[in-house]
Ligand binder design. Structure first.
Ligand code: NAD
Length: 243
């Protein structure tokens, strides 16, 4: 039995990196609240049910501010605290600038950046009262160096970096840490759609010469959740893409 069981919310945890993060926290004995836009599979629920902590599911769209508040409140009501919030849910709507529609731009900002704002605002209300908490936001190397065809996504992820650093300064006096993880290219459904040719080009830009695994991002999230003197940082998990 671990000494300090935390309550951890992972947005977008039905698959990919979010699923691996949920697994890592459950495996460490914590209570985990799963979220995604669609139902969580029986297979995933059964996989997470063996570790001792409780698993709760709250399905909905984090770009809806009412749902984001409900996600946090439901967690607090069920478990009594909100200790770790991992803002992982995210989308891509890639297009070259001249072809990019306002809808593609808005959807990406609404989910990636505004969704993070809504959940962070709601969770920080409880964390401020608790005088403790940890917020981890999923950024991207694309938010640091840009990528052709991803101006909307890059803007959302660069926004997350600025948001992380600002909120870290605001919440630090109450002992709450706020950090971002910037993955490079990770093997998930999000990158599955890339053509082999694009993947080959990407590999030439990764010093460690392979895509990252979701579990490698998850380990970093778990590490950050156990640190009390790291805040306002962006931790790259990118095989050396950004040095
Ligand atoms: P994914 O597409 O495999 O999974 C995304 C998850 O987010 C899914 O569970 C989906 O249901 C959920 N989601 C999407 N929109 C949502 C919404 N509005 N409300 C609630 N849930 C929603 O993506 P992934 O590759 O696992 O990426 C996870 C995070 O990591 C994203 O923020 C992504 O931008 C970031 N990231 C991924 C990579 C990569 O190479 N895969 C690289 C850098 C950053």
């Amino acid at each position: 039995m671990i000494e300090n069981i935390k309550t951890v919310i992972v947005t977008g945890s039905s698959r990919g990196i979010g699923r691996a993060i949920a697994y890592a926290f459950a495996n460490a004995g914590h209570n985990v609240v799963l979220n995604g836009r669609k139902e969580i599979s029986e297979e995933q629920l059964s996989e997470l049910s063996h570790f001792g902590g409780e698993i709760h599911t709250c399905i909905g769209d984090i770009s809806d501010p009412d749902f984001a508040s409900r996600l946090i409140k439901e967690t607090k009501d069920k478990f009594g605290s909100v200790d770790v919030l991992v803002n992982n849910a995210g989308i891509t709507r890639d297009n070259l600038l001249l072809r990019m529609t306002e809808e593609e731009f808005d959807q990406t900002i609404d989910i990636n950046l505004k969704g993070t704002f809504y959940t962070t605002k709601a969770a920080s209300k409880y964390m401020l009262k608790q005088k403790s908490g940890c917020i981890i936001n999923l950024a991207s190397v694309v938010g640091q160096v840009g990528n052709a065809g991803q101006a909307n996504y890059a803007a959302s992820k660069a926004g997350i970096i600025g948001f992380t650093k600002s909120v870290a300064r605001e919440l630090a006096p109450r002992g709450i840490t706020v950090n971002a993880i910037a993955p490079g290219f990770v093997d998930s459904d999000m990158t599955d759609v890339l053509s082999d040719k694009v993947k080959e080009t990407i590999l030439t830009q990764i010093p460690l010469k392979r895509l990252g695994q979701p579990e490698e991002v998850a380990e970093t999230a778990l590490f950050l959740s156990n640190q009390k003197y790291i805040t306002g940082q962006v931790i790259n998990v990118d095989g050396g893409m950004v040095m």
